[in-house]
Design a protein. Structure first.
Lengths: 328, 301, 406
């Protein structure tokens, strides 16, 4: 089964969700789609450039705040949804450019620490600004209408719009990864000196990837704001930044579907753990430890690895491609 | 600003210095660990918290648990025992979990220690709740002392003296002794060091233990000042991370001086624009990176 | 599906057995389900958390476990202080879980998020821990009640009482967040209206860490009252560090935390907290009725209830009584019934629910005892005065459309 058939099967499954009540709760699916895109954005950066960002919540949240604030003011306008959405994504890209531009000056662990610290400034601003609503957050964001034609306050209508946006976002990431740009990124990741000697400005390509990743994270944030009708400080918090790391890791770094699987697992887990209470943090912490210690390829990565080994046993051995290339 | 007298200004500087002492101790521990193990120890804040809790348990809970209500571990004993226990706990984690990750990207060590921190915070919260526990300084350090421009609690004077002493001793140990030379050699070329007959894995474990112990000492010192809660370290850690980035990771002296300096700057910000007293650290970090990308004391190009 | 049918049949037959005359079909889904959304694992878990569910269960047991012949069930979940988890759970509970009312909400963002959804789904929310003013002003809802107290009443209660004792000059140490600002603003307005003076403000980031800087600054102004417009560990650390410097230890300068729970005082210890003035919606040792409830709670939790844990007991009890009286669990009818009742139970006294959702009731002005005065654990407060609701609650706000209608 290749990626295309898998994605088609996934889409088909998602298309019927609202038609069969009681199958899966549609709002939950929308949440998974938003976080899935968010994790894909993070994976785009980590998996294909090797850069670790602890600032991704800042992009998710910024876009959410901008989209939400605009929807509250102009949501009734027929163009309210697309304009607010685009503005949210643009804002996230801008913040991504600012943070990435600074952080890219350092490599490795420094890069991660700098993004962490800079995202704290974004959090501080979200607390300080009036238009973000402080710790009350933005509440009751209207979903508006799609070009004045479809009323999105209807959950089913919203669901299909979310699905369309999700599919578009996912395909966009797929395109980026397989474009010449994506190839250069991987070349830089695997051997920066070689890429530089070939005449590529490594930093510029990485910054571009960072901004792209921020924009996709913002795309997820704008979608989330629209679906849930709320944005809060939690969306720009360090906690959310670490959650997206967990999602990507759990699903499989550098794989195409891994982040989606990881997002579904983490979001589902949070919902499930909510009712057992008390030990949520401990369980999440243990998952981190287990993942890193024994399970570094993630769910999808392990599965691909297993398939690959089986194939290798059947056929004469040949050089292994990287898991990233394998997934695609 | 004009309504602030010189006395009040000095008082605020002193308070900033006290905060800086904690930053210095914590960031030195982080720098030492990073220097040799190449991991960012996200558990640092939780280990700081654990030591404070151990001190409190020793003073108020341990005796009754063991059926000996009169048994008490006093502050001075706790100052040695609690960091030692936390260091042992840290070394156990290094041996069982961290060790497996050295050949991998930094990211994995960072995530593992982050997971351990979550488990520790969640566990302490589950057992002791979040409201926090109080801890009294030893009797000899209670009450204020007149330092000329203000009445300073004796205990705070002790904290400044003790932590400066510890910082300087650590610096001396790492930069001026043979042991320190081995450790630095281990950072540069562990294989060569191994060839000289040094047991590098044991050295790594002990170094991690030492860095953690520094966090532990800071934790016990903080116990009488801050309410002991499971989250007391986590919120401090973000700032300490910024401190090590500004100072340059892996530079012990840099970590210490930057920690103290940022404490002072934070203290002054509390006078002028208190809203920004946390974020000022991050703004300075951004500026420092623009002007000196390797950190103020960084060696790396 | 099958279990639902069986459950429904069981509910019906039980109902028929129990009340005979009244059929359970006045109750939607044949069950009255109360949801509790709060913090089980984070910084607000001590004054809400598991204890809230225990307190709510006491109320349900007091009603005999059923209302209008239908069984009353309780579900509780941890919203992890994330509004989107709260919103997701609430939607699922309303759409698929047969939940009729959700209570607690220690953070304003979760409260406001669920209030919005409940409005759409025609269900009830009761804020037994949420104190944000937004819930009864611009974000008010006809289907929501703020049961315990709000920041205005807390601030005004303490401010008025201290002004009466002649303490006219104030200094604020404020958490730089909406709730801190609103505590400060409301208290300062009272201070200035009654001829007092605000000498200065220090706004600190959250969480604050070392407060000695602000407390020393406050001390230097010579203010008679250092008001803490913050909460939780910030309040605790501020008081603790003030004690270290000997601040607030004389009658000339007192510390007044504007939002304090009994769990904070427990955490501080009386030696550090003694003599502070504060306002709370409930104190377990107030009278025989409050003690009776508190002992019942204590036997299960081994600690005394916080004001918000007590308030959820009252909220659930009143909600069930209102269903009983209204003869239905339809949200609008129940809220109408609640608004017509006078709430008077072990926790809430002289309570009237206003159109905007504020439950106006008597509050207690308390002073923390000295260690020598405390006879047992949890014996923490002198009750200095009973503050009449009308004197301390804010006037209905024009920002809430429900008030405009009259």
């Amino acid at each position: 089964m290749n990626a295309k058939t898998l994605f088609a099967a996934l889409l088909a499954l998602l298309l019927v969700v609202p038609l069969v009540p009681g199958l899966i709760y549609p709002i939950f699916v929308m949440k998974v789609m938003a976080y899935g895109l968010f994790a894909c954005a993070f994976n785009l950066l980590l998996g294909f450039t090797g850069l670790v960002s602890f600032a991704h919540a800042a992009f998710l949240g910024t876009a959410g705040y901008v989209t939400g604030a605009l929807m509250i003011r102009f949501g009734a306008h027929p163009l309210g949804v697309p304009v607010s959405f685009a503005a949210g994504v643009a804002a996230a890209a801008l913040v991504g450019f600012a943070i990435g531009g600074l952080a890219i000056r350092r490599r490795g662990i420094y890069f991660a620490m700098i993004t962490l610290a800079l995202s704290q400034i974004v959090y501080f601003l979200a607390v300080q600004f009036r238009w973000t609503g402080g710790e009350d957050g933005l509440q009751g964001i209207p979903r508006g209408t799609l070009l004045g034609l479809v009323d999105l306050s209807n959950d089913t209508a919203m669901y299909y719009l979310a699905l369309a946006l999700f599919a578009a976002g996912f395909l966009f990431i797929h395109r980026v990864v397989h474009s010449p740009f994506g190839q250069i990124l991987q070349a830089v990741r695997d051997n920066e000196a070689r890429a530089v000697s070939l005449g590529y400005d490594a930093s510029r390509f990485q910054l571009l990837a960072f901004v792209l990743s921020a924009a996709v994270a913002g795309y997820a944030g704008a979608l989330k704001a629209l679906v849930f009708g709320l944005v809060s400080l939690n969306d720009v918090s360090l906690h959310t930044s670490t959650e997206v790391v967990l999602m990507t890791l759990l699903g499989g770094v550098g794989t195409l579907f891994g982040p989606l699987v990881g997002a579904a697992l983490v979001v589902g887990l949070q919902n499930y753990l909510a009712t057992i209470g008390d030990l949520v943090t401990v369980v999440i912490g243990l998952i981190f430890i287990l993942c890193v210690s024994f399970f570094r390829r993630g769910v999808v990565g392990e599965w691909l690895h297993w398939r690959h080994r089986r194939a290798a046993r059947a056929a004469p051995p040949r050089p292994h491609p990287a898991p990233a290339a394998e997934a695609a | 600003m004009s309504d602030i007298t010189l006395q009040a200004f000095m008082a605020q500087l002193t308070i900033g210095l006290i905060g800086g002492c904690f930053y210095a101790m914590l960031s030195m521990g982080l720098a030492i660990i990073f220097g040799l193990l190449n991991i960012i120890n996200f558990t640092h804040g939780a280990q700081f918290m654990m030591a404070a809790f151990l001190a409190w348990i020793g003073l108020t809970q341990g005796g009754p648990w063991l059926g000996q209500p009169d048994l008490q571990v006093n502050f001075w004993l706790a100052l040695v025992l609690a960091p030692a226990l936390v260091a042992l706990f840290g070394m156990a984690i290094e041996r069982t979990l961290l060790r497996r990750l050295y050949h991998l990207d930094h990211l994995y060590g960072l995530l593992l220690t982050f997971g351990v921190a979550l488990v520790m915070e969640g566990g302490f919260r589950y057992v002791f709740g979040v409201s926090g526990q109080g801890y009294e300084p030893p009797e000899i350090l209670q009450g204020p002392v007149d330092v000329g421009f203000m009445l300073l609690p004796k205990y705070r004077v002790f904290v400044v003296a003790a932590s400066l002493l510890i910082c300087l001793a650590t610096w001396y140990l790492f930069e001026r002794t043979k042991l320190g030379a081995y450790l630095r050699a281990g950072t540069e070329n562990p294989r060569l060091l191994q060839a000289f007959g040094i047991n590098v894995p044991v050295m790594i474990t002990l170094t991690y233990g030492f860095g953690v112990a520094l966090a532990g000492i800071a934790g016990v010192l903080a116990a009488p000042i801050m309410q002991i809660t499971p989250l007391m370290g986590g919120s401090l850690l973000n700032i300490v991370f910024a401190v090590v980035v500004i100072g340059g990771l892996g530079s012990i002296l840099g970590a210490m001086l930057t920690g103290l300096g940022l404490g002072l700057i934070e203290g002054l910000t509390k006078v002028v624009y208190p809203e920004a007293s946390t974020v000022v650290v991050f703004v300075i970090m951004a500026l420092a990176l623009l002007l000196r990308p390797a950190g103020l004391f960084g060696r790396e190009a | 599906m099958r279990s639902r049918v069986i459950g429904y049949a069981l509910g019906l037959s039980l109902a028929a057995l129990a009340s005979g005359a009244r059929a359970a079909d006045t109750v939607s889904d044949g069950v009255v389900k109360v949801g509790i959304l709060n913090d089980l694992s984070g910084i607000y878990s001590d004054f809400t958390g598991r204890g809230s569910a225990v307190a709510a269960q006491i109320a349900i047991d007091e009603m005999g476990g059923k209302v209008l012949g239908a069984p009353v069930e309780l579900v509780a979940a941890d919203h992890q202080n994330k509004p989107d988890i709260a919103a997701n759970l609430a939607r699922e509970w309303f759409d698929q879980g047969k939940v009729d009312m959700i209570a607690d909400f220690p953070t304003s963002s979760t409260a406001l998020a669920v209030m919005e959804i409940a409005k759409q789904k025609n269900r009830v929310t009761m804020l037994s821990a949420g104190v944000a003013m937004a819930a009864i002003t611009d974000k008010c809802s006809a289907l929501s009640a703020q049961w315990m107290v709000n920041t205005y009443a807390l601030a005004a209660g303490t401010a008025k009482a201290l002004l009466k004792t002649g303490r006219k000059s104030w200094y604020f140490v404020t958490a730089d967040y909406t709730f801190g600002h609103s505590l400060e603003k409301d208290a300062a307005a009272v201070v200035e209206a009654e001829g007092g003076k605000v000498l200065g403000v220090s706004r600190h980031p959250f969480p604050g860490g070392d407060f000695s800087s602000y407390m020393l600054k406050a001390q230097a102004t010579g203010a008679q009252v250092i008001a803490l417009a913050n909460a939780g560990s910030d309040t605790v650390n501020a008081v603790k560090q003030a004690a270290e410097y000997g601040i607030g230890r004389s009658d000339k300068q007192v510390i007044a935390p504007l939002l304090t729970y009994i769990t904070d005082v427990k955490s501080l210890g009386l030696a550090k907290a003694q003599d502070m003035y504060l306002t709370e919606a409930f104190y377990w040792d107030y009278d025989d009725r409050s003690r009776a409830f508190a002992e019942q709670y204590f036997s299960k939790m081994k600690r005394m209830p916080s004001a918000s844990q007590a308030a959820i007991y009252s909220a659930v009890l009143s909600y069930l009584k209102a269903i009983q009286a209204a003869g239905t669990d339809e949200a609008g009818a129940v809220m109408k019934q609640l608004r017509s009742m006078t709430i008077d139970d072990a926790v809430i006294r002289n309570g009237k629910l206003r159109a905007d959702g504020a439950l106006v009731h008597d509050l207690l002005l308390l002073q923390v005892k000295k260690p020598a005065e405390s006879k047992r654990d949890w014996d923490f407060y002198h009750v200095k005065a009973v503050l009449k609701g009308d004197d301390v609650y804010p006037k209905p706000s024009d920002a809430c459309p429900l008030n405009a209608k009259g």
